[in-house]
Design a protein around this ligand. Sequence first.
Ligand code: DX5
Ligand code: ZN
Length: 226
Amino acid sequence: MTIELVPSILSANFARLADDAKAALDGGGTVLHLDVMDGHFVPNITIGPPVVASLRKALPDVTFDCHLMIENPDNFIPAFAEAGANWISVHQEACVHLHRTLQLIEEHGCRSGVVINPATPVHTLDEVLDMVHHVLVMSVNPGFGGQRFIPWSLNKIKTLAEVRETLGMSYRIEVDGGVAVDTVGDIVRAGAELLVAGNAVFGRGDIRENAKKLLGAARAAMLTRA
Ligand code: DX5
Ligand code: ZN
């Protein structure tokens, strides 16, 4: 299992998005996390397909992980795929026909992910675990960067790791919200491998150094994992 740092541009400077993203990738980030919010599913608004398409031109080879925090995601999946998304994740809570939506993502040439909010049990995903590329555990309530990590999320990560092992599945486990130097050790030891981080990378100080430090802490924790 490979630990990957997934910088979230939500806390970057949007006037110099590509440069900030490049600094985070230079510091060891391997996948770029793009948070899409519609002001309905979550109480905030961010970016749409045109921004993804512009970033794709600036960063032709980087994996784009589009986290859709929107209602009716089926209506927008084709546009995000066209704009250059590689992975698209949708919220269990936003999808009445989750199985169909995950199929739609794959039909558009992207890898599918499913996301659960802090109050949503892991077992609501039982029937789709074998069809997704990744499961994203929200460790804050979605909508904003810079919130505190919710410790109960560790139990959800552990459950997902155990189920994967027991059933011989291959989904990757991603965590999003409050990932920082002081929380990443427990997160990695619980079994997460795709580590989304916004504020800890872009919030203050040198982006490249922040990314390096966070990835270093994650890799150190990996060595102490049981
Ligand atoms: C929150 C977003 C996150 C956000 C995480 O709704 O999904 O990706 O950027 O931010 P931090 O790492 O600052 O908690
Ligand atoms: Zn996110």
